[in-house]
Design a protein around this ligand. Sequence first.
Ligand code: SF4
Ligand code: SF4
Length: 426
Amino acid sequence: MAKSEFKEIKKFEKEIEQCAKCGMCAFWCPVYQEERVEYSLARGKNVIIRGLLSGELELTDKVADRLNKCTLCGTCTQNCSARVKIPTAIVAARADKAKNKGVNFPYNLVYRQVLPRRELFGNLLRCASWFQGIFLPKTEGSVRHLPAFLSAMGKGRQIPQIAPKFLRQMVQVVNKTPEGTPTRMKVGYFTGCMTEYVFPELGKHIVDFLTRNGVEVIVPEAQGCCGAPVYLGAGDFDTGRKLADTNAKAFTDVDYVITDCASCASAIKDYKKFLADNPEREEAYGKFGDKIKDVSEFLVDVLKLPASAYKPSAAAKGKKVTWHDPCHLNRYLGVKSQPRQIMNSIPGVEYIEMPNADRCCGMAGTFSIYYYGLSQKIADKKVEGIKATGADIVVTGCPGCQIQRMDNTMRHKVPVKVMHIMELLE
Ligand code: SF4
Ligand code: SF4
Protein backbone atom coordinates (compact mmCIF):
# COMPACT_ATOMS: atom_id res chain seq x y z
CA MET A 1 0.00 0.00 0.00
CA ALA A 2 1.31 3.42 -0.90
CA LYS A 3 1.90 5.95 1.85
CA SER A 4 -0.94 8.11 0.49
CA GLU A 5 -3.40 5.30 1.15
CA PHE A 6 -3.23 5.72 4.95
CA LYS A 7 -5.94 8.35 4.92
CA GLU A 8 -7.55 7.30 8.20
CA ILE A 9 -4.30 6.88 10.17
CA LYS A 10 -3.18 10.32 9.00
CA LYS A 11 -6.21 11.89 10.74
CA PHE A 12 -4.84 10.73 14.08
CA GLU A 13 -1.15 11.33 13.39
CA LYS A 14 -0.90 14.11 15.96
CA GLU A 15 -2.44 11.89 18.62
CA ILE A 16 0.36 9.35 18.39
CA GLU A 17 3.43 11.45 17.73
CA GLN A 18 3.78 12.41 21.40
CA CYS A 19 5.15 8.97 22.36
CA ALA A 20 8.36 9.40 24.37
CA LYS A 21 9.23 5.69 24.04
CA CYS A 22 9.41 5.37 27.85
CA GLY A 23 7.96 1.86 27.73
CA MET A 24 5.69 2.34 30.75
CA CYS A 25 2.84 0.84 28.72
CA ALA A 26 4.58 -2.56 29.05
CA PHE A 27 3.41 -2.78 32.67
CA TRP A 28 -0.25 -2.43 31.73
CA CYS A 29 -0.79 -3.95 28.31
CA PRO A 30 -2.69 -7.27 28.70
CA VAL A 31 -1.39 -8.53 25.35
CA TYR A 32 2.24 -7.70 26.19
CA GLN A 33 1.88 -9.39 29.57
CA GLU A 34 1.21 -12.64 27.71
CA GLU A 35 3.41 -12.31 24.65
CA ARG A 36 6.38 -10.28 25.84
CA VAL A 37 7.25 -8.99 22.38
CA GLU A 38 7.80 -5.32 21.59
CA TYR A 39 5.14 -5.08 18.89
CA SER A 40 2.46 -6.13 21.41
CA LEU A 41 2.68 -2.97 23.43
CA ALA A 42 1.66 0.55 22.50
CA ARG A 43 5.25 1.72 21.98
CA GLY A 44 5.92 -1.03 19.42
CA LYS A 45 2.61 -0.43 17.66
CA ASN A 46 3.44 3.26 17.53
CA VAL A 47 6.72 2.48 15.75
CA ILE A 48 4.83 0.32 13.23
CA ILE A 49 2.27 3.04 12.54
CA ARG A 50 4.94 5.69 12.09
CA GLY A 51 6.75 3.32 9.73
CA LEU A 52 3.57 3.01 7.64
CA LEU A 53 3.15 6.77 7.50
CA SER A 54 6.77 7.40 6.55
CA GLY A 55 6.63 4.75 3.84
CA GLU A 56 9.31 2.59 5.47
CA LEU A 57 6.82 -0.20 6.17
CA GLU A 58 4.18 -1.93 4.03
CA LEU A 59 0.84 -2.90 5.57
CA THR A 60 1.30 -6.59 4.84
CA ASP A 61 -0.83 -9.28 6.50
CA LYS A 62 1.96 -9.86 9.03
CA VAL A 63 2.14 -6.17 9.96
CA ALA A 64 -1.67 -5.98 10.16
CA ASP A 65 -1.67 -9.03 12.43
CA ARG A 66 0.77 -7.29 14.78
CA LEU A 67 -1.45 -4.23 14.93
CA ASN A 68 -4.56 -6.35 15.36
CA LYS A 69 -3.22 -8.02 18.49
CA CYS A 70 -4.79 -5.35 20.65
CA THR A 71 -7.96 -5.54 22.73
CA LEU A 72 -8.49 -1.75 22.40
CA CYS A 73 -8.73 -1.79 26.20
CA GLY A 74 -7.27 1.72 26.47
CA THR A 75 -5.09 0.80 29.48
CA CYS A 76 -1.99 2.10 27.69
CA THR A 77 -3.56 5.52 27.08
CA GLN A 78 -4.90 5.73 30.62
CA ASN A 79 -1.48 5.10 32.13
CA CYS A 80 0.63 6.99 29.58
CA SER A 81 1.91 10.40 30.75
CA ALA A 82 1.47 11.72 27.18
CA ARG A 83 -1.97 10.04 26.78
CA VAL A 84 -0.91 8.58 23.43
CA LYS A 85 -4.02 7.16 21.74
CA ILE A 86 -2.74 3.98 20.18
CA PRO A 87 -6.15 2.21 20.13
CA THR A 88 -7.53 5.03 17.97
CA ALA A 89 -4.67 4.71 15.49
CA ILE A 90 -5.14 0.93 15.38
CA VAL A 91 -8.81 1.28 14.42
CA ALA A 92 -7.74 3.77 11.73
CA ALA A 93 -5.14 1.30 10.41
CA ARG A 94 -7.81 -1.40 10.21
CA ALA A 95 -9.94 0.99 8.17
CA ASP A 96 -7.12 1.77 5.76
CA LYS A 97 -6.45 -1.93 5.30
CA ALA A 98 -10.14 -2.74 4.77
CA LYS A 99 -10.50 0.10 2.25
CA ASN A 100 -7.49 -0.99 0.22
CA LYS A 101 -7.47 -4.77 0.62
CA GLY A 102 -11.04 -5.63 1.63
CA VAL A 103 -12.34 -7.73 4.53
CA ASN A 104 -11.74 -11.51 4.52
CA PHE A 105 -14.46 -14.07 3.78
CA PRO A 106 -16.75 -15.03 5.59
CA TYR A 107 -16.59 -11.89 7.73
CA ASN A 108 -17.23 -9.62 4.73
CA LEU A 109 -20.44 -11.53 4.01
CA VAL A 110 -21.61 -11.44 7.62
CA TYR A 111 -20.77 -7.75 8.11
CA ARG A 112 -22.16 -6.43 4.83
CA GLN A 113 -25.07 -8.73 4.12
CA VAL A 114 -26.25 -10.11 7.46
CA LEU A 115 -25.62 -7.64 10.30
CA PRO A 116 -27.30 -4.64 8.65
CA ARG A 117 -30.46 -6.76 8.11
CA ARG A 118 -31.69 -7.42 11.61
CA GLU A 119 -34.58 -9.61 10.53
CA LEU A 120 -32.31 -11.83 8.42
CA PHE A 121 -29.78 -11.98 11.25
CA GLY A 122 -32.53 -12.92 13.69
CA ASN A 123 -33.88 -15.62 11.35
CA LEU A 124 -30.43 -17.12 10.85
CA LEU A 125 -29.92 -17.21 14.59
CA ARG A 126 -33.34 -18.78 15.02
CA CYS A 127 -32.36 -21.56 12.60
CA ALA A 128 -29.11 -21.95 14.52
CA SER A 129 -31.05 -22.15 17.75
CA TRP A 130 -33.27 -24.85 16.27
CA PHE A 131 -30.34 -26.93 15.05
CA GLN A 132 -28.60 -26.33 18.33
CA GLY A 133 -31.53 -27.80 20.20
CA ILE A 134 -31.75 -30.86 17.99
CA PHE A 135 -28.16 -31.81 17.37
CA LEU A 136 -26.04 -30.48 20.18
CA PRO A 137 -26.12 -31.89 23.68
CA LYS A 138 -26.43 -29.41 26.47
CA THR A 139 -23.22 -29.03 28.47
CA GLU A 140 -23.06 -27.92 32.09
CA GLY A 141 -25.69 -25.50 33.36
CA SER A 142 -27.41 -23.49 30.68
CA VAL A 143 -24.30 -23.23 28.55
CA ARG A 144 -23.71 -24.91 25.20
CA HIS A 145 -21.19 -24.81 22.44
CA LEU A 146 -22.09 -22.49 19.61
CA PRO A 147 -24.02 -24.07 16.75
CA ALA A 148 -21.88 -25.43 13.95
CA PHE A 149 -22.55 -22.66 11.45
CA LEU A 150 -21.31 -20.13 13.99
CA SER A 151 -18.42 -22.27 15.14
CA ALA A 152 -15.91 -20.04 13.34
CA MET A 153 -16.97 -17.33 15.74
CA GLY A 154 -17.03 -19.53 18.81
CA LYS A 155 -13.90 -21.67 18.52
CA GLY A 156 -15.35 -24.04 21.10
CA ARG A 157 -16.24 -21.24 23.47
CA GLN A 158 -18.90 -22.07 26.03
CA ILE A 159 -21.70 -19.58 25.63
CA PRO A 160 -25.33 -19.43 26.67
CA GLN A 161 -27.79 -20.82 24.18
CA ILE A 162 -29.48 -18.56 21.66
CA ALA A 163 -32.78 -17.58 23.21
CA PRO A 164 -35.93 -19.27 21.89
CA LYS A 165 -37.68 -15.87 21.91
CA PHE A 166 -35.94 -12.61 21.02
CA LEU A 167 -36.33 -9.42 23.02
CA ARG A 168 -38.49 -7.67 20.44
CA GLN A 169 -41.05 -10.46 20.86
CA MET A 170 -41.12 -9.87 24.61
CA VAL A 171 -41.51 -6.08 24.84
CA GLN A 172 -43.52 -3.42 23.05
CA VAL A 173 -42.07 -0.63 20.92
CA VAL A 174 -43.63 1.83 23.38
CA ASN A 175 -43.49 0.66 27.00
CA LYS A 176 -45.47 3.02 29.21
CA THR A 177 -45.23 3.40 32.97
CA PRO A 178 -47.84 1.38 34.91
CA GLU A 179 -51.13 3.08 35.78
CA GLY A 180 -50.68 5.37 38.76
CA THR A 181 -46.92 5.82 38.18
CA PRO A 182 -46.18 9.30 36.82
CA THR A 183 -43.88 9.41 33.78
CA ARG A 184 -40.70 11.30 34.66
CA MET A 185 -38.98 10.94 31.29
CA LYS A 186 -38.86 9.05 28.03
CA VAL A 187 -35.82 7.06 26.94
CA GLY A 188 -34.86 4.94 23.96
CA TYR A 189 -33.38 1.51 24.67
CA PHE A 190 -30.51 0.47 22.42
CA THR A 191 -30.76 -3.26 22.99
CA GLY A 192 -27.60 -4.57 21.30
CA CYS A 193 -27.29 -7.97 19.64
CA MET A 194 -26.34 -9.93 22.77
CA THR A 195 -29.34 -8.77 24.77
CA GLU A 196 -31.65 -9.06 21.77
CA TYR A 197 -30.71 -12.63 20.85
CA VAL A 198 -28.91 -14.22 23.81
CA PHE A 199 -30.06 -12.44 27.00
CA PRO A 200 -33.60 -11.19 26.17
CA GLU A 201 -34.78 -11.81 29.76
CA LEU A 202 -32.25 -9.19 30.86
CA GLY A 203 -33.68 -6.70 28.37
CA LYS A 204 -37.25 -7.41 29.48
CA HIS A 205 -36.22 -6.95 33.10
CA ILE A 206 -34.59 -3.59 32.30
CA VAL A 207 -37.75 -2.37 30.56
CA ASP A 208 -39.89 -3.50 33.53
CA PHE A 209 -37.53 -1.92 36.08
CA LEU A 210 -37.43 1.41 34.27
CA THR A 211 -41.18 1.64 33.65
CA ARG A 212 -41.86 0.81 37.34
CA ASN A 213 -39.57 3.70 38.21
CA GLY A 214 -41.34 6.27 36.06
CA VAL A 215 -39.50 5.96 32.75
CA GLU A 216 -41.29 5.36 29.44
CA VAL A 217 -39.09 3.10 27.33
CA ILE A 218 -39.09 3.12 23.54
CA VAL A 219 -37.53 0.11 21.82
CA PRO A 220 -37.38 1.17 18.15
CA GLU A 221 -37.85 -1.63 15.64
CA ALA A 222 -35.50 0.05 13.18
CA GLN A 223 -32.41 -0.12 15.42
CA GLY A 224 -29.62 -2.48 14.37
CA CYS A 225 -26.19 -3.71 15.40
CA CYS A 226 -24.00 -0.98 16.93
CA GLY A 227 -21.32 -1.78 14.35
CA ALA A 228 -18.47 -2.49 16.80
CA PRO A 229 -17.33 -5.73 15.12
CA VAL A 230 -17.78 -4.15 11.69
CA TYR A 231 -16.01 -0.83 11.93
CA LEU A 232 -13.90 -1.03 15.12
CA GLY A 233 -12.96 -4.70 14.67
CA ALA A 234 -12.71 -5.12 10.91
CA GLY A 235 -12.26 -1.49 9.85
CA ASP A 236 -15.21 -1.64 7.43
CA PHE A 237 -16.17 2.03 7.78
CA ASP A 238 -18.58 1.99 4.80
CA THR A 239 -20.82 -0.66 6.39
CA GLY A 240 -20.25 0.99 9.77
CA ARG A 241 -21.76 4.23 8.36
CA LYS A 242 -24.86 2.38 7.16
CA LEU A 243 -25.41 0.98 10.65
CA ALA A 244 -24.65 4.33 12.28
CA ASP A 245 -27.12 6.15 9.98
CA THR A 246 -29.84 3.62 10.80
CA ASN A 247 -29.28 3.83 14.54
CA ALA A 248 -28.97 7.62 14.69
CA LYS A 249 -32.30 7.93 12.81
CA ALA A 250 -34.06 5.32 14.96
CA PHE A 251 -33.69 7.31 18.18
CA THR A 252 -35.22 10.74 17.82
CA ASP A 253 -37.68 12.28 20.23
CA VAL A 254 -36.23 10.69 23.38
CA ASP A 255 -34.43 12.34 26.30
CA TYR A 256 -31.71 9.70 26.57
CA VAL A 257 -30.69 6.45 24.92
CA ILE A 258 -29.80 3.79 27.46
CA THR A 259 -27.81 0.61 26.89
CA ASP A 260 -26.91 -2.38 29.03
CA CYS A 261 -23.81 -3.06 26.92
CA ALA A 262 -20.64 -1.07 27.50
CA SER A 263 -19.19 -2.08 24.12
CA CYS A 264 -22.29 -0.92 22.23
CA ALA A 265 -22.35 2.37 24.16
CA SER A 266 -18.73 3.09 23.37
CA ALA A 267 -19.09 2.11 19.69
CA ILE A 268 -22.07 4.45 19.29
CA LYS A 269 -20.29 7.32 20.99
CA ASP A 270 -17.36 6.80 18.61
CA TYR A 271 -19.49 7.13 15.43
CA LYS A 272 -18.62 10.82 15.32
CA LYS A 273 -14.89 10.30 15.83
CA PHE A 274 -14.43 7.58 13.22
CA LEU A 275 -17.36 7.62 10.80
CA ALA A 276 -18.52 11.23 10.36
CA ASP A 277 -17.43 12.04 6.80
CA ASN A 278 -19.63 15.11 6.23
CA PRO A 279 -21.21 17.89 8.39
CA GLU A 280 -24.68 16.20 8.39
CA ARG A 281 -23.28 12.95 9.77
CA GLU A 282 -21.11 14.83 12.23
CA GLU A 283 -24.18 16.56 13.64
CA ALA A 284 -26.41 13.46 13.64
CA TYR A 285 -23.78 11.17 15.17
CA GLY A 286 -22.81 13.81 17.73
CA LYS A 287 -26.41 14.30 18.87
CA PHE A 288 -27.01 10.57 19.06
CA GLY A 289 -23.76 9.89 20.94
CA ASP A 290 -24.49 12.64 23.48
CA LYS A 291 -27.76 10.92 24.46
CA ILE A 292 -26.14 7.55 25.22
CA LYS A 293 -26.05 6.48 28.86
CA ASP A 294 -25.05 3.19 30.37
CA VAL A 295 -28.01 1.91 32.39
CA SER A 296 -26.20 2.14 35.78
CA GLU A 297 -25.03 5.65 34.92
CA PHE A 298 -28.61 6.54 34.01
CA LEU A 299 -30.07 5.21 37.27
CA VAL A 300 -27.53 7.00 39.47
CA ASP A 301 -26.71 10.24 37.63
CA VAL A 302 -29.89 11.01 35.68
CA LEU A 303 -32.78 9.33 37.46
CA LYS A 304 -31.06 9.75 40.85
CA LEU A 305 -32.95 6.84 42.35
CA PRO A 306 -32.90 6.68 46.15
CA ALA A 307 -31.13 3.69 47.74
CA SER A 308 -34.57 2.30 48.68
CA ALA A 309 -35.30 1.69 44.97
CA TYR A 310 -32.59 -0.98 44.84
CA LYS A 311 -34.11 -4.19 46.19
CA PRO A 312 -32.39 -7.54 45.68
CA SER A 313 -33.66 -9.98 43.09
CA ALA A 314 -34.30 -13.54 44.28
CA ALA A 315 -30.97 -14.64 42.76
CA ALA A 316 -29.02 -11.91 44.57
CA LYS A 317 -30.62 -12.06 48.04
CA GLY A 318 -28.05 -12.88 50.74
CA LYS A 319 -25.19 -13.24 48.23
CA LYS A 320 -21.63 -11.93 48.11
CA VAL A 321 -21.00 -10.12 44.84
CA THR A 322 -17.96 -8.70 43.11
CA TRP A 323 -17.61 -6.47 40.05
CA HIS A 324 -15.61 -6.69 36.82
CA ASP A 325 -15.12 -3.25 35.19
CA PRO A 326 -15.65 -3.56 31.42
CA CYS A 327 -12.88 -1.54 29.69
CA HIS A 328 -15.42 0.35 27.61
CA LEU A 329 -17.47 1.29 30.65
CA ASN A 330 -14.62 2.32 32.89
CA ARG A 331 -11.98 3.77 30.57
CA TYR A 332 -14.02 4.93 27.57
CA LEU A 333 -17.24 6.11 29.29
CA GLY A 334 -15.81 6.93 32.73
CA VAL A 335 -18.48 4.86 34.50
CA LYS A 336 -16.83 3.33 37.58
CA SER A 337 -18.50 4.53 40.76
CA GLN A 338 -22.15 4.17 39.66
CA PRO A 339 -22.36 0.35 39.54
CA ARG A 340 -20.52 0.15 42.88
CA GLN A 341 -22.96 2.65 44.37
CA ILE A 342 -25.89 0.49 43.23
CA MET A 343 -24.38 -2.74 44.56
CA ASN A 344 -23.55 -1.14 47.91
CA SER A 345 -27.16 0.06 48.17
CA ILE A 346 -28.85 -3.32 47.76
CA PRO A 347 -29.92 -4.59 51.19
CA GLY A 348 -28.83 -8.14 51.94
CA VAL A 349 -26.15 -8.11 49.23
CA GLU A 350 -22.51 -7.94 50.29
CA TYR A 351 -20.21 -6.15 47.83
CA ILE A 352 -16.55 -7.16 47.77
CA GLU A 353 -14.06 -5.31 45.56
CA MET A 354 -12.08 -7.66 43.32
CA PRO A 355 -8.30 -7.18 43.03
CA ASN A 356 -7.56 -5.70 39.57
CA ALA A 357 -11.27 -5.29 38.86
CA ASP A 358 -10.46 -3.04 35.88
CA ARG A 359 -8.02 -5.44 34.20
CA CYS A 360 -9.11 -6.26 30.64
CA CYS A 361 -10.88 -9.64 30.43
CA GLY A 362 -9.62 -10.32 26.89
CA MET A 363 -13.05 -10.49 25.22
CA ALA A 364 -12.75 -7.49 22.88
CA GLY A 365 -15.26 -8.78 20.30
CA THR A 366 -13.54 -10.06 17.18
CA PHE A 367 -10.15 -10.10 18.97
CA SER A 368 -11.38 -13.12 20.95
CA ILE A 369 -12.45 -14.81 17.73
CA TYR A 370 -9.15 -14.31 15.88
CA TYR A 371 -6.94 -14.88 18.92
CA TYR A 372 -9.01 -17.14 21.14
CA GLY A 373 -5.99 -18.76 22.86
CA LEU A 374 -4.52 -15.36 23.74
CA SER A 375 -7.93 -14.08 24.80
CA GLN A 376 -8.25 -17.07 27.19
CA LYS A 377 -4.82 -16.43 28.70
CA ILE A 378 -5.75 -12.81 29.39
CA ALA A 379 -9.04 -13.95 30.91
CA ASP A 380 -7.25 -16.49 33.12
CA LYS A 381 -5.54 -13.62 34.95
CA LYS A 382 -8.90 -12.59 36.42
CA VAL A 383 -9.67 -15.95 37.98
CA GLU A 384 -7.35 -15.53 40.98
CA GLY A 385 -8.93 -12.16 41.75
CA ILE A 386 -12.42 -13.64 41.59
CA LYS A 387 -11.44 -16.54 43.86
CA ALA A 388 -9.83 -14.14 46.37
CA THR A 389 -13.13 -12.36 46.91
CA GLY A 390 -15.02 -15.53 47.80
CA ALA A 391 -17.96 -14.04 45.88
CA ASP A 392 -20.99 -16.08 44.84
CA ILE A 393 -21.68 -13.81 41.86
CA VAL A 394 -19.39 -11.94 39.44
CA VAL A 395 -21.27 -8.91 38.18
CA THR A 396 -20.54 -6.81 35.12
CA GLY A 397 -22.10 -4.27 32.78
CA CYS A 398 -21.37 -5.74 29.36
CA PRO A 399 -22.90 -8.92 27.91
CA GLY A 400 -19.63 -9.56 26.02
CA CYS A 401 -17.62 -9.56 29.27
CA GLN A 402 -20.39 -11.69 30.79
CA ILE A 403 -19.86 -14.39 28.15
CA GLN A 404 -16.09 -14.25 28.58
CA ARG A 405 -16.44 -14.66 32.35
CA MET A 406 -18.94 -17.54 31.96
CA ASP A 407 -16.56 -19.33 29.60
CA ASN A 408 -13.53 -18.65 31.76
CA THR A 409 -14.97 -19.48 35.20
CA MET A 410 -16.48 -22.66 33.80
CA ARG A 411 -13.14 -23.76 32.34
CA HIS A 412 -11.51 -23.17 35.73
CA LYS A 413 -14.43 -24.77 37.58
CA VAL A 414 -14.87 -21.69 39.79
CA PRO A 415 -18.29 -22.03 41.43
CA VAL A 416 -19.60 -18.52 40.72
CA LYS A 417 -22.57 -17.21 38.81
CA VAL A 418 -22.00 -14.44 36.27
CA MET A 419 -24.69 -11.78 36.08
CA HIS A 420 -25.42 -8.35 34.63
CA ILE A 421 -25.82 -5.67 37.29
CA MET A 422 -29.51 -5.20 36.45
CA GLU A 423 -30.14 -8.86 37.29
CA LEU A 424 -29.22 -8.12 40.91
CA LEU A 425 -32.23 -5.83 41.17
CA GLU A 426 -35.79 -6.89 41.81
S1 SF4 B 1 2.77 5.06 24.50
FE1 SF4 B 1 3.03 6.35 26.33
S2 SF4 B 1 3.67 4.88 27.94
FE2 SF4 B 1 3.99 3.86 25.95
S3 SF4 B 1 6.12 4.29 25.38
FE3 SF4 B 1 4.89 5.90 24.43
S4 SF4 B 1 4.87 7.58 25.93
FE4 SF4 B 1 5.57 5.74 27.03
S1 SF4 C 1 -5.18 -0.83 23.95
FE1 SF4 C 1 -4.75 -2.40 25.52
S2 SF4 C 1 -4.09 -4.21 24.33
FE2 SF4 C 1 -3.97 -2.43 22.93
S3 SF4 C 1 -1.85 -1.71 23.07
FE3 SF4 C 1 -3.05 -0.54 24.58
S4 SF4 C 1 -2.86 -1.69 26.51
FE4 SF4 C 1 -2.21 -3.06 24.85
